[in-house]
Design a protein around this ligand. Structure first.
Ligand code: SF4
Length: 406
């Protein structure tokens, strides 16, 4: 277990974050990820919670108690009112959150509606592997307006070979049955979209076409987590090779050239917004401050949990909702580092021509044991190739439109 890695930027040297964060004004948290269950019924090979270096899940209670839910709701209300927020987003997460069952999900939502919603609007979502989407659970989601996002790497068995059950059996049959329910006329209003982790060995167009059969409102494609110490699968040291860009570029062209808008693919949309001078809503690209914070099932306040792919305890803040508030988390070095944008970038990113669009990539992907997180992304060659390609396509179309407008 890699436990000794909390050295290097932004940790280790007292005060060395200060020069980079001078003038920084904290941005309040707006998205609160609640780990309502700390265990999962699948055993995905790329899972950063159970399959990588962090083993803190073993110390967590299986379920978030009513007390933790109620205290968390109160602390979120405090934070929102202190910062004048009109709305907050609550993401029910796990492990597998639907292991909680319909009654427990409803109870969590009702607690927030009772405590927070009289003062601050609350949007709920749940991120699930889809294997437990019974009519009863979906009725609860519909009744409480909990938007349902489903993790699925494609609609065919071979796309999902990395998402087995604990006994090794295929999980796609249950997920497919759940998706048939979720996409029925009754439950479609709570269908938020699909989320897939990229397998560079798969055919991107086959994956995309298969996901489109569910007519999702949005599809998110994620890079598997890794860093300079533990490289992501299929990301070679040879910087001339760009297997993830090679996967994403044809997918972008297929999506961009479609006759109408088929689906929202946020990674592409956000890169285009950034190229046109806007701000990203995603933490994975751009320089916008992160506003995501996690509450574990025992009430621990943690940073974005993808950090668990870096080293054991990397997401920890040492805070707990039973004793602390979210404003204290805003002063944690790891949180500050994810809010100061350009000042958190390493030298190579600082000089990079796509710096403002790429933003150095997702913070956990910058980690290198010994010197911390002030590095470029381990996906740097892929990000550069993808952004350069999208930039060329968008510029070409803008120029053509300008000529036609003369
Ligand atoms: S492309 Fe590479 S060097 Fe440029 S900002 Fe992204 S990670 Fe940094």
């Amino acid at each position: 277990m890699d436990t000794g890695a909390a050295v290097g930027w932004p940790y280790g040297v007292p005060g060395h974050l200060a020069p980079r964060s001078a003038g920084w004004v904290p941005t309040p948290f707006r998205q609160f990820v609640l780990k309502v269950r700390s265990r999962c019924n699948l055993s995905c090979t790329y899972c950063y919670v159970y399959s990588q270096v962090d083993e803190s899940w073993r110390d967590q209670p299986v379920a978030m108690s009513e007390e933790i839910v109620t205290v968390t709701a109160g602390k979120i209300l405090d934070h929102a009112q202190r910062h004048g927020l009109e709305s907050v987003e609550i993401v029910l997460h796990g492990g597998e959150p639907l292991l909680a069952g319909a009654d427990s999900l409803r109870a969590v939502a009702r607690t927030f509606r009772d405590v927070v919603e009289p003062f601050v609007s609350v949007q709920f979502s749940v991120q699930t592997n889809g294997t437990l989407m019974s009519d009863r659970i979906l009725e609860a989601c519909l009744a409480e307006n909990i938007q349902v996002g489903v993790s699925l790497d494609g609609a065919l068995t071979h796309h999902n070979r990395r998402r087995p059950r604990h006994d090794g059996a295929d999980s796609l049959r249950e997920t497919t049955a759940g998706l048939h329910r979720l996409t029925s006329a009754r439950f479609r209003p709570v269908f938020a979209g699909l989320l897939g982790v990229i397998d560079p060995l798969s055919d991107p167009l086959e994956v995309y076409e298969s996901l489109l059969t569910w007519e999702p409102p949005a599809v998110d494609f994620l890079l598997p987590h890794g860093n300079w110490t533990v490289r992501p699968p299929g990301r070679p040291a040879d910087e001339q090779l760009t297997p993830y860009a090679d996967w994403l570029v044809p997918l972008f062209d297929r999506w961009y050239d479609a006759a109408g808008e088929e689906v929202e693919i946020r990674i592409f949309q956000e890169i285009m917004v950034l190229l046109l001078g806007g701000h990203s809503r995603l933490e994975t690209v751009g320089l916008s401050p992160s506003t995501v914070i996690v509450v574990e099932s025992d009430g621990s306040i943690e940073q974005v949990d993808a950090l668990k792919s870096a080293y054991h305890g990397a997401a920890s803040t040492g805070l707990n909702v039973l004793n602390d508030g979210f404003d204290q988390a805003l002063r944690h070095p790891g949180v500050i580092a994810r809010q100061i944008g350009r000042a958190a970038l390493g030298e190579q990113c600082g000089e990079c021509r796509v710096r403002n669009v790429c933003g150095g990539g997702f913070y956990p992907h910058r980690y290198r044991r010994g010197d911390g997180f002030r590095n470029r992304s381990v996906y740097c060659p892929d990000l550069l190739a993808l952004i350069t390609h999208i930039d060329a396509r968008v510029r070409h179309d803008l120029e053509r439109a300008r000529v036609h407008a003369r």
